[in-house]
Design a protein. Structure first.
Length: 413
């Protein structure tokens, strides 16, 4: 099967977890004998072609008014113009039409499309190439991709977002199969009238282990180290993290924080909670951070589509706990007792306290989390994706289609 995976970023250009998920899937499909190519977005007005770990990677020119991956300040007008052009960029359409025609692929699998947009789908439709789209965030519904405003998660799209997303919803009718990385993110799009004609399924994100050497359980340190990794901003709940730790504080814990402090909020929070001991790392690779802490706390205040940070620490026998935000409860489906209602800092503090005060509970959950890590390994995801991609290619060859055939029961919805 000839497959093209499309994502607006691809290693070595990495800004989030999606790029690595797409990379892992591409490598596994290739190793299974499929012919895999990558279609991505350049940081410049020029196209680029490269080979990354044996994968053919073609970057189309960035033809919007600015490169969204640079950190420059932009006016509201520029952002509005960017969003309008991103809804349907004719330059993207004609470029994708020419590029996809030359690939001769059986199926196109699109992922994050900000900067490329639904024009990719129309180009594939014109060439009769079946499309599988994977939902990793809320960009189709919300221009900010987060559905988070004024310190709160949006429970549905506001009138403004509904208006600007309506053309994207129309173009989504060109997609034959849609995959959500969680039930939550899939249903959120379906409620907004996206992908009405597509075969839906859920395939949870997976991640390769960080190390080939198996980890072993270590006893928690004194003082007990509570870890936070990610952007220190309102969407990730950094303020709630401090408040929950303060509720658990009896002088026997430390806060260890890794991530970029773009909003310069950490100094303010440290001043507000002078009794909390805080260790700041700045940006640190996740594989180096997890062994340094005893418990990882995921306090996302936005509706996290899935949240791989919740299961990554389990590889190192480090339990994690989380707010019930978005798709996070699906990560903890095997042990819902490790979640608390979003924003409930008292419940968060009580759960942290239980890990500190009850060594048997800590060891038991560390072992259970480590065993459950196997559920989020790429071979399971590969089997599910391969079935969806094959079904999409077959459906294009027959009248009426047949839906997803042979997909793991956990992937069907």
């Amino acid at each position: 099967m000839k497959v093209c995976l499309c994502n607006n970023r691809f290693p070595p250009n990495v800004v989030g977890g999606t790029e690595m998920v797409v990379y892992d899937l591409a490598v596994q499909l290739r190793d299974r004998g499929h012919d895999v190519s990558i279609f991505t977005l350049s940081d410049s007005r020029s196209s680029e072609t490269a080979v990354v770990d044996g994968l053919r990677v073609h970057s189309m020119p960035n033809t919007n008014i600015y490169n969204q991956f640079s950190h420059a300040e932009r006016s509201g007008l520029k952002k509005a113009l960017f969003g309008a052009l991103d809804t349907f960029n004719p330059l993207v359409f004609f470029y994708a039409l020419r590029h996809l025609r030359g690939l001769g692929i059986d199926v196109l699998c699109t992922n994050n499309l900000k900067g490329m947009g639904p024009a990719i789908w129309l180009a594939a439709w014109c060439l009769r190439i079946p499309v599988v789209h994977v939902l990793h965030d809320y960009w189709l519904i919300c221009p900010t991709s987060t559905m988070f405003r004024d310190g709160r998660a949006c429970e549905q799209a506001c009138n403004g977002c509904r208006t600007v997303s309506a053309p994207k919803a129309w173009f989504s009718r060109l997609v034959g199969h849609v995959v959500g990385v969680s039930d939550f993110v899939l249903e959120r799009h379906r409620r907004q009238n996206f992908f009405g004609g597509a075969q839906p399924c859920v395939i949870h994100n997976a991640r390769q282990p960080f190390s080939a050497v198996p980890s072993t359980l270590t006893e928690p340190r004194k003082p007990f180290r509570i870890g936070f990794i990610g952007r220190t901003d309102a969407t990730k709940g950094i303020r709630e993290f401090f408040a929950g730790a303060f509720a658990a504080q009896r002088g026997d814990l430390e806060l260890h924080i890794a991530g970029r402090d773009n909003e310069q909020i950490l100094d303010q929070l440290i001043a507000e909670y002078p009794d909390l001991r805080v260790v700041r790392y700045g940006f640190v690779p996740a594989k180096d951070f997890y062994p340094l802490v005893d418990l990882v706390v995921v306090t996302s205040m936005w509706n996290e589509p899935f949240g791989m940070v919740a299961f990554e620490p389990w590889e190192f026998f480090k339990p994690s706990i989380a707010f019930t935000s978005g798709g996070l409860p699906e990560v903890f489906s095997a042990f819902p007792e490790l979640t608390v209602p979003r924003g409930d800092v008292a419940a968060l503090g009580a759960l942290i306290r239980r890990f500190i005060d009850d060594p048997d509970f800590y060891r038991g959950m560390a072992h259970r989390c480590h065993e459950q890590r196997n559920h989020f390994l790429p071979p399971r995801q590969l089997q599910q994706f391969e079935a969806v991609l094959r079904a999409a290619a077959r459906q294009d060859q027959r009248e009426g289609g047949g839906g997803v055939i042979g997909v793991d029961r956990d992937a069907r919805r």
